[in-house]
Write a protein that binds this ligand. Structure first.
Ligand code: GLA
Length: 393
């Protein structure tokens, strides 16, 4: 059964078959380079993937909100209402759709009636491929479509998703994940300047190569608190730099400026965090230039440098992802490999020549099992389009 069929079947089973049931999809994302730069006013280079979250949804005539996830059938139908939207409440996965309903209302887009929604996602859980951002963008699309909020653009869906995640769910993420999901374009990555939200699409033509995503399958906790801590450390570094430099964000600094003024940052840990933010932003700009010049080798080298920086300076990698990236670097035919996403687990992203893919998978899976004690998972991902209503079944 396809993802959309699973969502539709779950909807019919839980909520019945009558009325106007509509189907929607929003993608997850993988970031090629530019990690932890978004909330530092820097650049990112993610793409939407063909995996994502599907929803079947229907308006109700009362104020109830009912949610069902075919990924967590054991939790059954979760029922709440438009009068029970409480930021920072702890309510599990329904905090994501509820947060988006709340963020719509904050923008003046109030719902008069509730809705039923069944979802199914094919993004592996906890993989760092943005299942939560895809659910937020998806919910935004459902609301825009069912309630006729036509003035809401796809970029608004990204901003609404981020606001809901920040203020309703307490995760102080940047804009990258929601933007990649809401603005995705097939076979293109998005080069986004997070300080202005100006962006361009760059075609990803990997002739003779594959985009391999490898999941550490590491169950992580503390991600949100460690993530929020990184943000605070960057903010502290910026404050120290502002004693002498009139900048608004770490993303404004050149490498030369950072090196000249870094001694202003009093705390050694904050200094390393800032170093990553500044260098990673410059790496991202260079990587996109390299891609445009068809210098894939350089793109790959920058990916590897990004991993080292996340491992040593930003400390958001983990031993499992380090093994995957470092072992990948040794395989001829691997152009580049790095941890992708928020970190502390999740996936690596690698560019691998077609003829090396088999060796990549067999070598890494053997070493990983031996060193880590459980299996990594391997996916060859397609770069997909943005969120959409599905009219064909
Ligand atoms: C998470 C956040 C993003 C971004 C990445 C790191 O995915 O949601 O905003 O900061 O981490 O690049």
């Amino acid at each position: 059964m396809t993802g959309q069929q699973t969502a539709l079947q779950a909807f019919r089973q839980q909520f019945g078959d009558s009325g106007d049931i509509r189907l929607f999809f929003a993608p997850g994302r993988v970031n090629l380079i530019g990690e932890h730069t978004d909330y530092n006013g820097g650049h990112v280079f993610p793409c939407a993937i063909t995996l994502g979250t599907y929803a079947a949804a229907r308006k109700r005539s009362d104020r109830k909100l009912r949610f069902f996830s075919a990924n967590f059938p054991e939790t059954g139908v979760r029922e709440t209402s438009l009068d029970e939207l409480n930021p920072l409440e702890k309510c599990g996965w329904i905090g994501y759709p509820k947060g988006v309903v709340w963020a719509f209302a904050e923008r003046g887009c109030r719902l008069d009636r509730g809705f039923d929604m069944a979802i199914y996602g094919d993004i592996p859980n906890g993989s760092g491929l943005s299942s939560s951002a895809s659910l937020e963008v998806l919910t935004g699309l459902v609301l825009r479509s069912l309630y006729g909020f036509e003035e809401i653009t796809n970029q608004d869906l990204a901003l609404i998703g981020q606001k809901s995640e920040n203020e309703y769910n307490g995760m102080h993420c940047g804009i990258m994940d929601q933007f990649a999901s809401a603005m995705g374009m097939e076979n293109h990555a998005i080069f986004l300047d997070c300080s202005t939200l100006q962006y361009t699409y760059a075609p990803i033509e990997l002739q003779g190569m594959k985009l391999q995503v490898t999941n550490t399958n590491k169950k992580h906790s503390l991600v949100d608190s460690e993530y929020n801590l990184r943000r605070e450390q960057c903010a502290e570094a910026l404050k120290d730099l502002q004693q002498e430099l009139p900048v608004h964000a770490l993303g404004e600094l050149s490498i030369e400026q950072y090196e000249t003024y870094k001694s202003l940052i009093r705390d050694e840990v904050c200094r390393r965090r800032a170093k990553h933010a500044v260098y990673e932003n410059q790496r991202t700009i260079q990587a996109v230039e390299a891609l445009q010049a068809r210098d894939l080798q350089k793109f790959g080298r920058l990916m590897n440098e990004s991993h080292v920086s996340l491992r040593d300076d930003y400390e958001t990698s983990c031993p499992e992802a380090d093994i995957l990236a470092e072992e990948a670097w040794k395989i001829p035919g691997v152009i580049g490999s790095r941890i992708t996403g928020g970190g502390f687990g999740g996936c690596t992203v690698s560019i691998v020549r077609d003829e090396a893919v088999e060796e990549f998978i067999s070598t890494l899976s053997g070493i990983y099992r031996e060193k880590v004690g459980f299996d990594a998972s391997f996916y060859s991902l397609g770069i997909g389009g943005g969120p959409r209503e599905i009219t064909e079944t």
